[in-house]
Design a protein around this ligand. Structure first.
Ligand code: ASP
Length: 770
């Protein structure tokens, strides 16, 4: 079955709609479903805010309410369609469609409904398929292809997208021999025409090997057996309603997540892919001696770092909190003598939402006792390597409507190669310190696909130029370079347009410096660097480095200033953010090649603490201490060395942490740290370094108690599983790899959560002063 599926997916991928840009607009397109295997449909998660703006708040994919538009969108009915047999679809009138079984009037009609919808033949196992054998197949009915009054073909799509073609022929010459033209067969023929497309059905018929269709021949050698099913009987299990229009341009809003899943095979395949990677990770960890342990969802509020969701209880004045991560429980497991723990844990954080953030998300959480940070990094890397080996051996990176999707395959097939470079069999992960990445890339989660590093140039810049870009006194000035594929004038036009549109983007800047933008042009004085003056222009042209090209015609140079202070836990610099945005825009415009590789990196030696940014710290975030800073990772993170331990007393903001992040292509895939396992030190950090109030420290009493009971040294890690799958599936939003995601307002538009609390609930949970 999986083999068949992957072949179908590949075949389908090879038919992908050509000429579609890589990133489709934020819409979901569903192409015609009349034939299966149907093409992968163009899909991006629909931004809820957009769909919410539809005038009536209803889905755009639903049948329009005005009869005229509805008539325009509904395909014309043929004579045959109009003469539908009433047996399986008593009426197409919406009122009747909506009538529930409970409301049907007579016991007989209820029994009739039961027979139609609940009693149906079991499917025959696929291993029993053989030409000439009668089998029953379950699936979703496609649109019938009616070839005159006596011949119908119709595709039946089954689990994982594979397809059987139903053939119903009333021609005597074909149905000669033992296959008599019985009344039942004539009835089945009629039903095949009348059952609405997209309905779930049980079909019984005789299997026949089907000759391949023309479009299937290019990859024919590796295709699985294709079957025709000569129809004997068909039962509709729940007619697809006629007010849901499945058309080429249907746009499913998040309110129709079920339809989005149903008609977007790419979304379904991502969910399948996610499940297989979870299985792989679980297998790899078990083989390394890890035990899966579940920890409670109903936890308590503690100032670990993120703002929490509270769960009211019926006990006046008491709440649970949903865990922002199982951090404290996993440390308690270490104290409890469970040495190597893992769990796919659901975590909850009440944070501002972004494309790669959900209020609830899944982490692969792990912890190891008697282990150092380095040992945890080695373990995580070995698990990731086994994931990539699995990808390398079984998946084909396939361009599906502009995204590089991992299509499962167990065979080499035509132009597609299993084991391509996109999924390297051996994963190499360089290690860089936080200070290094901040100065070289301007961000703590660098995208190593961006070709050149940032270089520092203030040593030779004239003060006039510096004061043109910044009011800072004696700042650091950095430069970033882009070797674009256009001519100097094309590159200039690109960067001009980019900078002009910058205020419209969501990029935020400190205001410390305006970026200086230069395009190297040999036709201009000083090659376009006249603002530098002779000497500095020469020095700029002579800058060399392992990841810096000597400047040449057409290069774009961005120069930006920043304060001359050490990095203190911030995530990026102005130039770092700008550099990434320019890279993405240049790739989008075709001015830089799209790099399909996965570039992993460990970032280590983060500052143990980060100053609180009064503009960025919200109530409920951080540890609530009076020190003016918070733990960069969380308050349980150990200092990196004895020197850093000593700095806790004298200069805590300079102390480094044994904290490590795993980064891939500019995305923080996960993070972890060595923990403080000595209770006195943990309490000292909370009480004296962070200056948490007594109530804050008390909230961690259970943890201190666990550490006190001879808890061994331990370290751990959590991998953002949604993000990892999104990166592997080449999709920008984690919502594309989550079955039921929430929108940017934290709402699930399908179930319509959150809901308003009722007065009764307010009273039950003591949320209202009585
Ligand atoms: N609990 C941490 C987090 O959720 C991960 C860890 O330190 O293991 O980021």
């Amino acid at each position: 079955m999986p083999q068949m599926l992957s072949n179908n997916l590949r075949l389908v991928a090879s038919h992908c709609i050509s000429g579609i840009g890589r990133r489709p607009p934020s819409r979901l397109y569903v192409s015609g479903l009349s034939r299966l295997p149907s093409p992968w449909r163009r899909y991006t998660h629909d931004d809820a805010s957009k769909s919410d703006n539809s005038p009536d708040g209803k889905s755009m994919a639903c049948c329009p309410s005005d009869p005229e538009t509805r008539a325009r969108l509904t395909p014309p009915q043929s004579e045959l369609e109009r003469s539908r047999t009433p047996l399986l679809l008593p009426s197409q009138e919406p009122e009747v469609e909506n009538e529930s079984i409970l409301l049907t009037k007579s016991p007989e009609s209820r029994l009739q409904r039961f027979r139609e919808a609940f009693e149906y033949p079991q499917a025959s196992p696929e291993w029993s398929y053989k030409a000439g054998r009668e089998v029953t197949v379950h699936g979703w009915l496609g649109k019938p292809r009616v070839k005159g009054s006596k011949l119908i073909f119709c595709d039946l799509s089954r689990d994982q997208g594979n397809v059987i073609q139903i053939v119903s022929s009333l021609h005597q010459k074909i149905t000669s021999g033992s296959e008599e033209l019985t009344d039942d067969r004539i009835e089945a023929h009629k039903s095949l025409r009348s059952i609405p497309a997209q309905s779930p059905v049980a079909v019984t018929g005789i299997l026949e090997v089907r000759p391949r269709r023309v479009e299937e021949t290019s990859v024919s050698d590796a295709l699985p057996q294709y079957w025709d099913l000569k129809l004997n009987s068909i039962q509709c299990l729940n007619p697809f309603p006629n007010d849901i229009i499945v058309s080429q341009d249907a746009v499913w809003s998040p309110k129709q997540r079920h339809l989005q899943m149903r008609f977007d095979p790419l979304l379904r395949d991502r969910l399948r892919f996610r499940s297989s990677i979870a299985f792989r990770i679980s297998k790899a960890l078990r083989s390394l001696g890890f035990t899966e342990v579940e920890t409670p969802m109903l936890f308590k509020s503690t100032p670990e770092g993120a703002r929490e969701f509270l769960v009211p209880t019926r006990r006046a004045g008491y709440t649970y909190a949903l865990p922002q991560s199982p951090q404290q429980y996993k440390q308690i497991l270490m104290a409890g003598g469970v040495p190597n723990y893992f769990q796919f844990a659901r975590c909850f954080r009440d944070e501002d939402l972004r494309a790669d953030r959900q209020p609830e998300f899944t982490q692969l959480d792990l912890e190891m006792s008697f282990a150092s940070g380095r040992e945890v990094m080695t373990t995580v890397q070995s698990v990731m390597s086994s994931v990539f080996r699995f990808l390398h051996d079984h998946f084909v990176p396939t361009d599906v409507n502009g995204v590089t999707h991992p299509v499962h395959s167990s065979k080499k097939l035509g132009e597609f190669q299993v084991g391509s470079l996109r999924y390297p069999a051996n994963l190499s992960v360089p290690v860089r310190t936080y200070d290094e990445v901040m100065s070289k890339f301007g961000v703590d989660k660098p995208d190593l696909r961006i070709p050149s590093d940032i270089v520092r140039i203030d040593s030779f810049l004239p003060t006039e130029l510096v004061s043109m870009i910044s009011k800072l006194k004696d700042p650091i000035v950095d430069a970033a370079q882009f070797r674009l594929q256009g001519s100097p004038s094309e590159n200039l036009a690109f960067i001009r347009e980019f900078m002009d549109n910058l205020p419209k983007t969501s990029l935020k800047f400190s205001g410390d410096s305006t970026p200086g933008v230069f395009v190297i042009d040999e036709a201009k004085p000083l090659n376009g660097l006249s603002a530098f003056g002779h000497e500095a222009a020469e020095k700029m042209a002579a800058v060399k480095g392992p990841h810096w090209h000597k400047l040449q015609d057409g290069d774009v140079l961005i120069v930006q200033a920043r304060k001359k202070i050490p990095f203190h836990g911030e995530g990026s610099t102005d130039l770092g953010r700008l550099r990434k945005a320019i890279y993405d825009a240049a790739v989008e415009k075709g001015l830089l090649p799209r790099d399909h590789s996965f570039r992993f990196l460990w970032v280590t030696e983060f500052p143990l603490f980060t100053p609180n940014d009064p503009q960025n710290i919200a109530p409920g975030e951080g540890q609530g201490g009076r020190a003016g800073f918070s733990a960069t990772h969380h308050p349980f993170t150990a200092p990196l060395s004895a020197k850093d331990f000593a700095l806790l007393e004298t200069d805590p903001l300079s102390a480094k942490a044994d904290h490590y992040d795993l980064v891939c292509n500019g995305v923080e895939i996960g993070g972890g740290s060595r923990r403080i396992h000595i209770p006195e030190i943990q309490e000292y950090v909370m009480r004296h370094v962070l200056q948490m109030p007594q109530e804050g420290v008390d909230q961690f009493a259970h943890l201190l108690e666990a550490l006190r009971a001879g808890c061994p040294p331990h370290a751990g890690f959590a991998l953002g599983f949604d993000r990892l799958i999104a990166v592997l599936c080449d999709t920008e939003s984690v919502r594309d790899v989550i079955a039921f995601p929430k929108n940017m307002k934290g709402e699930d538009m399908f179930v319509k959560s959150p809901t308003k609390v009722t007065d009764e609930q307010l009273a039950t949970y003591h949320l209202k002063a009585s």
